[in-house]
Design a protein around this ligand. Structure first.
Ligand code: HXC
Length: 509
């Protein structure tokens, strides 16, 4: 019979072996390729001293390819729970030093167990991905593991926030778990995501493309819209996740966390009085208005590099997190197109699912004309944005800073689709279309079009017609924007509104 001392020694040795993962050489290789290890990443992510590891001693059950002789405790994935800013989160981190972080059956079971727990306890799940994909030795058992995770991702969607960091390879079907989560953070230079890699592409379509150009962080942040954030390195990726979570409730039954606000809620900003140019065709930077009104001027932008004609992100107003959706007049005049519609729709649905009020800053000349847009399905994609706004029953506040023309007026959280408070600046122009377009149609054969344009501008390119009809609740001085938005938000605080019962709607995907 072994002594107590021996028993504790075995316990210690087994822990140490698990913590060493794939061993010193592979850890060094990981570091020399510019990546941190799974444990180091968790250390950066989680509040110090709060991480509790689960299933540390789990090993795979594979016997093929002599795998029964190669077992490493933990099996290439670290799972557990801990705190971020004192709030519970669940985390799994693929350990590339163990079998390339590949997914085995037991490895998938660890993730599924964690996700099940996160739903029961109502706390976010964070996945740190760095993996060679399906563990080839395990065959279909690995694929089954992926499918189980996908199912859990979908069941968790809208119940707890799900965040993915891509910190190395993520290829083939493995991309679909992150793709089903709410936010993806990628790291420049070291991470990539693709369904089929450069070699397969070369063989099938004869295209030459590097891994980075095909699926690197900036590709997915600028071109595909798959990723929401690009970090310089692993550490920054963890900081982004921490900041993102500070705006989110832990689950769909909670309100977002309120932070004490030291910023004056009546703070006025004289600069805003002149921010909208007198010439309606001149651009301006909408982020200046957003940062001006936000608590401590803190604006956390989501998808900053994609479809920049519509911007999305989080701010706090009197300590309460809100989601911001804003047309960006500085990019393509803030026009709505396919990409911006999809970007906005998904963000609105996220905010609605997690009880985050939505503030819309509107300056939109309309939808982008052209065959590319029409053939690409601007009808259905624009409808997605419209659907998302209509369906959202969180507090919705809209501020029209300048243009609100045509269908875009209706879509961008107008009173008619359920906005609770609709404000406008005196510079707002709310009409079916711009003056020149309207005059060309109404006075096609008229000689003196210029005077008709002026007449139309004076009568229709303003907020007063809409205000006379009660479609705008209040016309405000730009300097008071912060105060007015906070008042509106507080007024909506106890909003109770639910949509008719149904299995689910049919958003035009
Ligand atoms: C088993 C794997 C593996 C895999 C890597 N390894 N991929 N083991 N199954 N899929 C092992 C390697 O043998 C090696 O083991 C260790 O992980 C590190 O891999 P390296 O090749 O040395 O590292 P690196 O040079 O950095 O290259 C990483 C890589 C490459 C780009 C990921 O390993 C690679 O291309 N792997 C295959 C990727 C792949 O095709 N996966 C299947 C995709 S299909 P040792 O013991 O030497 O350290 C898929 C389907 C999912 O995932 C479907 C879901 C629906």
């Amino acid at each position: 019979m072994s002594t107590l001392e021996e028993k504790y020694k075995v316990f210690q040795e087994r822990n140490q072996a698990a913590e060493l993962g794939g061993g010193k050489d592979r850890i060094e290789k990981q570091h020399s390729s510019g990546k941190k290890t799974a444990r180091e990443r968790i250390n950066d992510l989680i509040d110090p001293g709060t991480f509790v590891e689960t299933d540390k001693l789990v090993v795979h059950q594979c016997r093929d390819f002599e795998m029964d002789k190669r077992k490493i405790s933990g099996d290439g994935i670290i799972t557990g729970y801990g705190k971020i800013d004192g709030r519970l989160v669940y985390v799994f981190a693929q350990d590339f030093t163990v079998f390339g972080g590949t997914l085995s059956r037991t490895n998938a079971d660890k993730i599924v167990k964690l996700m099940d727990m996160s739903m029961k306890m109502g706390a976010p799940v964070i996945g740190l991905n760095d993996s060679g994909g399906a563990r080839i030795q395990e065959g279909v058992r690995s694929l089954a593991g992926y499918a189980d995770i996908f199912y859990m991702n979908v069941m968790s969607s809208g119940v707890v926030p799900q965040i993915s960091a891509i910190l190395g390879p993520c290829a083939g079907g493995a991309v679909y778990s992150p793709a089903l989560t709410d936010f993806i953070v990628m790291v420049k230079k070291t991470s990539y995501m693709f369904v089929t890699g450069p070699d397969v592409i070369k063989a099938v379509t004869h295209e030459d493309v590097t891994k980075n150009a095909l699926g690197g962080a900036m590709t997915h942040n600028t071109k595909s819209g798959v990723a929401h954030f690009a970090a310089e390195d692993d550490e920054q990726a963890m900081m982004i996740i921490r900041e993102l979570l500070s705006f989110l409730p832990s689950n769909n039954m909670e309100d977002p966390p309120v932070k004490p606000c030291l910023d004056d809620i009546n703070r006025e900003d004289e600069k805003l009085q002149t921010i909208i140019p007198a010439d309606p065709n001149k651009p301006y930077e909408i982020k200046e208005i957003i940062t001006s009104v936000a608590d401590d001027h803190n604006y956390f932008e989501v998808m900053p590099y994609y479809a920049e004609n519509l911007i999305i992100g989080f701010i706090r107003l009197n300590g309460r997190p809100v989601g911001v959706v804003a047309n960006q007049p500085a990019v393509q005049a803030g026009v709505l197109d396919i990409n911006s519609s999809i970007k906005g729709a998904r963000f609105i649905r996220f905010c609605d699912a997690f009880n985050i009020p939505i503030i819309t800053f509107e300056d939109v000349p309309g939808f982008l004309p052209g065959t590319i847009q029409e053939f690409g399905g601007i009808i259905k994609h624009g409808a997605q944005l419209l659907y998302a706004y209509c369906e959202a029953n969180v507090p919705k506040i809209t501020l029209i800073t300048r243009k609100a023309y045509g269908g875009a007026y209706c879509v961008m959280a107008s009173k008619h689709i359920g906005a609770d408070v609709n404000l406008a600046y005196p510079t707002a122009e709310i009409a079916v279309m711009g003056a020149e377009g309207a005059v060309n149609i109404l006075y096609r054969n008229e000689e003196d079009k210029a005077s008709k344009v002026e007449e139309y501008k004076a009568n229709f390119a303003n907020p007063y017609k809409a205000a006379e009809l009660g479609y705008i609740d209040e016309i405000i001085n730009p300097r008071e924007t912060r105060k007015k938005l906070i008042q509106a938000l507080e007024m909506c605080k106890n909003k109770v509104r639910s949509n008719p019962p149904k299995k689910h709607g049919n958003i035009p995907l």
